[in-house]
Every structure is written in C-alpha cells, then in structure tokens.
Design a protein around this ligand. Sequence first.
Ligand code: NAI
Length: 335
Amino acid sequence: MSHPTDPTPQVVVTDFIPEPLDIERHILGDFAQVTAIGAQSSSELDGRIESADALLVYHFVSIGRDVIERLERCKIIVRCGAGYDNVDHEFARQRGVVVANVPDYGTEDVADAAIALTLSLARGTHRLSHLCQRGTDNWTYELAVPLRRIRGRVFGILGIGRIGTAAALRAKALGYDVVFYDPYVTDGRDKSLGIRRAHSLEELLSQAHVFSCHCLLSDETRHLINCDSIDLMPEGSLLINTARGAVVDPLAVLKGLENGRLAGAGIDVLEREPPADDHPLICAWRDPNHPAHDRLILTPHSAFYSEEGLEDMRRKGSENVRRVLLGEPPRNVVN
Ligand code: NAI
C-alpha cells in the first residue's frame, strides 16, 4: 500500500476474490491501483487498508468501527453482495464514508433456484430418483401417487421485492395461480404483474399449495414461518426458503413433514450454516426411514450462485467505486 499522500487512488479488495483482479483492473486500472488482500478475518486487514480510497468487501471479513476508524481517506465501501450486516454502515455514515451494496447480482439465480426446488418437489423428481435408487422392485409411476397438476395450484410469495417478483413471473409462466403478501408494497403491484394480492399472512398461508419465502430477515420476519403458520397451509403443501434461514423455524418444518401438512420442503438457507450434525432436521434428513429423507431438499446457500452472478458482483461493485472516485454520485447506498 502506498503512502496516504500518493495521488493515485488506491482500491483494496479485502477478501474472497484473489489475484488476478482482471475485472476490477479492467474497470479501475486506468486511474487507480487495485490490490487484493485475500483476508480470512478482519485482523488480516491491519496495516493494509489505512490509505485506501475505496474498499471492495465480500463476506469473509467484518468492517467494524475499529477498521473504519483507521481509514484515512476512504470515500466508499462497497459490499459486493446483497447483505451488508458485516459493515458498520451507521458508523461509516458518521465518518462520511458511503456504504453501498450490489443488490441485484443474483436476482434471477435465486428465483431460478426457488423454482427448481418447487418443480422438483411438485413433480416428485428428487423423491422418485431416491426411491428408485433403493431398488427396482416397484419401478412404476405409482411411486409418485398422489401428485397434482401444477396449473391452477396456488404459488404463494412472501415478499414481492426483486427476487419475489422474478419468482412470480416464473411461477406464472408455469401455470401457477400466483398470490403474494407484502405489507410494504403499495397498491398496484398485483395489477402490473397480473397476480393476486393477499392482505394478510394468514390469507396467503391458507391457500398456498407452494409457499416461497422472499422477504428480508428482520425482527418482524424472524421465525415468521413456524408451527402455527404451517398448520394454516393446505394439507400436502410445499415450503420453499431461499431468503434467510431464520425466517423459517426448522423444527416446524420437521413437524410439518412428519404430520403430512408439508408434502415437501426445499431449503437453501439455515440459521446456522453449515448446520450442526446433531440438529433434529439434519438427523431426520439423513435417516432413510424418516419422511424428511426423500421430501426435504437442502442446498448449501447456493441459490445466489452462477458464474455470471459472481462477475456481476465484481463488475457492479467496481463500477460504483469508479463513479465515486471520479466525483459522480454512488448507486445503491445503504447508509
Ligand atoms: P428486496 O429488498 O428486493 O425484497 C424483499 C421484500 O420483502 C420487500 O418487498 C419487502 O417489502 C418484503 N418484506 C419485508 N418484510 C416483510 C414482511 N414482514 N412480510 C412480507 N414481506 C416483507 O430483497 P431481494 O433482493 O428480493 O432478496 C429477498 C431475500 O433473498 C432476502 O432475504 C435476501 O437476503 C435473500 N437472498 C438470498 C440469497 C441466496 O443465495 N439464498 C441471495 C440473495 C438474496
């Protein structure tokens, strides 16, 4: 890292993206020096970020008050991702440092993942493959019984933001009757998307053959989907969570699968990742004699991922840094 009085702007990629920083240098290299630290924890930033003009931050490090206090001339911290809870954005604001995120890099990928989980459960593909793998004695369609046609079934969406909207369009194209609940969206979203609006969570739950979570995690949404809410769903419904683990109580999912209220669940996000090996939901999922074994699909918080999404994250983050260092207004400011 150069001296703070060096006129060449310094951009530091703190973690996750190693050399070669081809995308970052393509966007910033004509006027800035770009360096990767590859830190696994915040302590590895000591002595390496102090004279940075901009930070590109991923998810391995926390940019807390102690780090921000040491920044001598930083103008912008971009959290290259959607969630920005690993940056003390409030304190950064007090110090005049802009914090921005890259909210849309995975919008389509997460929606595609939610639909992939839905289709696999609704058509029984995951379960049928599992059952057939165990033996060929009963190699008939009857393994899938009962299975209902998708057209006309209700696809319920909790939170009609970027990803919820993308999921709605996909579900609609499949023939689902799409209904959403989102108390923070003004009237008319239902009309512009050609879907229906539920005016309460209960109204949505009571009709959702598929219930797909796409809301933010907040005090209000923590364990919003619990035993009581799953009990309101029609018998044999599907629950999909690609939002944040804590929106859904995992023990309620287990109970729902055991008592048949849920015919299946597709879960990409858990409160603790990776989960504890002795968590009851994980034990049930690994037990070939438990209904969760074939009816629960777990993926390792991978819904966001595609090569193109990763590129978007890096490119959009770097473009925002470029804007600010050249005196233009930043985009996607979160503080
Ligand atoms: P967004 O901010 O565009 O949409 C969130 C929506 O949730 C908003 O419309 C908001 O009004 C709504 N909402 C907030 N509180 C609600 C409540 N109590 N009930 C119903 N709706 C409520 O966010 P975006 O980008 O669509 O992300 C959605 C979720 O997906 C977030 O939880 C995000 O963390 C998660 N996500 C998951 C990824 C993965 O890899 N699994 C990757 C990226 C995002």
